[in-house]
Design a protein around this ligand. Structure first.
Ligand SMILES: *[C@@H]1O[C@H](CO)[C@@H](O)[C@H](O)[C@H]1NC(C)=O
Length: 240
């Protein structure tokens, strides 16, 4: 029984290592779609970032050009839906690996960082706070990636109501742990959206840096088929 489970995991790893790919390329604000690639820095490739110490872990790399110069106004407290699909093209029709390959288990996370101008090229040195994460639930036994698959690639979370108004990046990320028995192995798929928070308050969340927020520990080196509990990487989720 144990051996056959291990064999199944090995097969799943082989399958997912070729198809483990997803791209966050569009978003909705309170359910209203802003359009494909609008105010999102969409990576050209759906290949993963695998080095947690690289600057590519911030907002990905190799963007479709021209990069959107749009900054979307988002009221503090709004519902933000990051839309993930199998490739940079967004939804292009039925695809068993859209929004991601279902064998590609792992958490889905979202961060924000204040930025002087949301369209500026340089994204180093920003101070990030986590606004949402979806890890592993026990009953039903589902990963955030399973819920992302069920939800057709829509990952919905709340923009905190108490943060100061101003320009921010929203970094939404899917992590595949299907090949994470060792590091490197975890695969990171993220893009950054350009928003201006309106309204809001004056609470400044505690922050972390990218790179730096992720370390090689049980959040990134694990066996998705054996895990009974799981804590996603990065800091605790900020709440107002
Ligand atoms: C996900 O969002 C898209 C775009 O708004 C929508 O067409 C689709 O119905 C949503 N999928 C699910 C399963 O909710």
């Amino acid at each position: 029984m144990k051996a056959s489970l291990a064999a199944l995991s090995a097969i799943a790893i082989l399958v997912s290592s070729t198809s483990a790919r997803t791209v966050f390329s569009a978003f909705k604000v309170n359910g209203i779609d802003q359009g494909h690639g609008v105010a999102v820095r969409v990576p050209t490739s759906n290949a993963p970032v695998t080095d947690i110490s690289s600057n590519s872990i911030i907002c990905n790399t190799g963007f479709e050009t021209p990069v959107s110069q749009t900054v979307v106004k988002v009221p503090a407290g709004a519902q933000f839906t990051a839309e993930f699909h199998h490739t940079s093209a967004g939804y292009v029709g039925p695809d068993p690996s859209d929004p991601l390959d279902p064998t590609d288990k792992g958490p889905i996370l979202a961060y924000m960082a204040a930025i002087p101008s949301a369209t500026q090229t340089d994204v180093t040195g920003l101070e990030w706070f986590k606004v949402w994460q979806d890890g592993l639930t026990a009953s039903p036994r589902q990963w955030g990636s399973d819920r992302l698959f069920i939800n057709g690639g829509n990952a919905t979370f709340t923009i905190p109501s108490c943060i100061p108004a101003g320009q921010y990046l929203v970094r939404a990320e899917a992590i595949s742990l299907a090949s994470a028995e060792q590091y490197p192995g975890a695969q990171f798929f993220m893009s950054c959206a350009q928003i201006e928070v309106t309204g809001g308050g004056n609470v400044k969340p505690a922050t972390v840096s990218f790179p730096g927020a992720y370390t090689v520990d049980a959040s990134l080196v694990t066996d998705v088929y054996e895990d009974e509990s799981y804590t996603p990487p990065g800091p605790a989720v900020f709440t107002c």
